[in-house]
Design a binder for this molecule. Structure first.
Ligand code: KG4
Ligand code: ZN
Length: 366
């Protein structure tokens, strides 16, 4: 079966085509002017960009797959979670195409997509991760700009949430610390690069909630601790050079390169430690067959290495999508997920029901 999938959950306009779960086309159009001065996404601009780029991305994906729209059997689309008005153009386009070509529509949860990205296959039908199938029961961890959630994954496409962040997501913490250091948006990758030359033990940042008896996280206090250290450093510099006010966004020009690298390395270590303390607790309690990870933050090599060490300790199989583009937002994961939803009959075939597919910005996994 041929599936065309669309993801417009945030600032990337993504279209992919798969044959079953083999990805045969994958197109991204991203980020023209959709970010404001503070690094946030401007929703109206994101929507406008999606509307402009979707037709182009669809044409490019069809060319890459050497297919026509008539050849597509299913149209899949992310309906949440995501930015409300960014989701809309994706849903509208998928509904329009499913109607026009009289094919079923497959609504997909973006976060389930991050997990099922692990089962997407390349041109040789080799998995993009280290596994071919999920061994259940497992633990699934989603770590992105909007989510830090842990699930007990007992049956195909069925998840029970056992942990979540009480405030900021881990990716959001990377982005906020990045903003503080004037690194632009998103900042995860840049912090990782700076951390390579930094001392992770110079600053003693907290591991919030490390000793609570649950599987929850909190990243907002960590960000505040970083702000406090930057403040202290800037205070020193101000006194030294007798200068006026220094804005945080410009702190890169006021802090030394070594200070910035050390902050990045110390923050990254604290963020990873805090994450793994709760993952380890859950591994001990649930004795899962696998630890399945998805979401933009698992692009981070230091985190991958730390997770591998943890799973080695418990002789546990670890899996995450290996290519970076399959960790961050993409439509290939939506196509792969749609394949499994279709196998379970979770599609909408009647045109009269297409309009019932609405954006759900806070969609949960259930
Ligand atoms: O999954 P994703 O692309 O979008 C959401 O669904 O949110 O995740 C984006 C997040 C951003 O916060 C970004 O800073 C973070 O993933 N990220 C990273 C890295 N690459 C992306 N965080 C840490 N290290 C990285 N290498
Ligand atoms: Zn995402």
């Amino acid at each position: 079966m041929k599936i065309l999938a669309i993801d417009t959950s945030c600032d990337d306009t993504s279209v992919a085509i798969s044959e079953d779960r083999k990805i045969i086309a994958n197109v991204f159009w991203s980020k023209l002017k959709v970010h404001n001065d503070w690094g946030g996404v401007v929703p109206t601009e994101a929507k406008r960009q999606h509307e402009e780029f979707l037709p182009l991305a669809i044409t490019a994906a069809l060319e890459e797959a050497k297919l026509q729209l008539e050849d597509i059997d299913y149209f899949a689309v992310t309906y949440g979670p995501g930015l409300a008005i960014a989701l809309e153009p994706g849903i509208d386009k998928a509904v329009e195409l499913a109607k026009m070509y009289n094919k079923p529509l497959v609504p997909v949860n973006h976060m389930v997509g991050h997990i099922y990205a692990n089962l997407a296959q390349d041109a040789n039908r080799e998995s993009y991760s280290s596994i071919k199938e999920f061994d259940l029961p497992s633990l699934a961890l989603t770590i992105s700009g909007g989510h830090t959630d842990l699930f007990l994954f007992e049956k195909n496409l069925k998840f029970k949430k056992i942990g979540h962040t009480l405030d900021d997501a881990i990716g959001e913490a990377f982005d906020k610390v990045g903003r503080l250091l004037g690194l632009g948006f998103p900042a995860g990758f840049k912090i990782e690069q700076l951390a390579l030359n930094g001392n992770p033990d110079r600053f003693k940042f907290p591991r919030p909630l490390h000793n609570t008896n649950d599987f929850n996280w909190s990243y907002s206090g960590l960000k505040t601790a970083v702000l406090y250290e930057v403040n202290k450093l800037l205070g020193t510099y101000q006194k030294d050079i007798q200068k006026g006010e220094i804005k945080f966004g410009h702190s890169t020009s006021a802090l030394s390169e070594q200070d910035i690298n050390d902050i990045a390395a110390s923050f990254q270590k604290a963020a990873i430690d805090a994450l793994l303390i709760k993952v380890e607790k859950a591994v001990k309690q649930y004795a899962p067959k696998m630890l399945i990870v998805g979401g933009g933050v698992i692009a981070n090599q230091a985190l991958r290495t730390a997770m591998e060490a943890l799973c080695e300790k418990y002789k546990l199989k670890l899996t995450y999508p290996k290519p970076m583009w399959l960790c961050t937002d993409n439509a290939a994961m939506i196509a792969a997920t749609a394949y499994f939803l279709i196998k379970e009959g979770q599609v909408i075939s009647e045109q009269s029901k297409f309009e019932s597919v609405e954006r759900v910005p806070n969609l949960e996994i259930s």
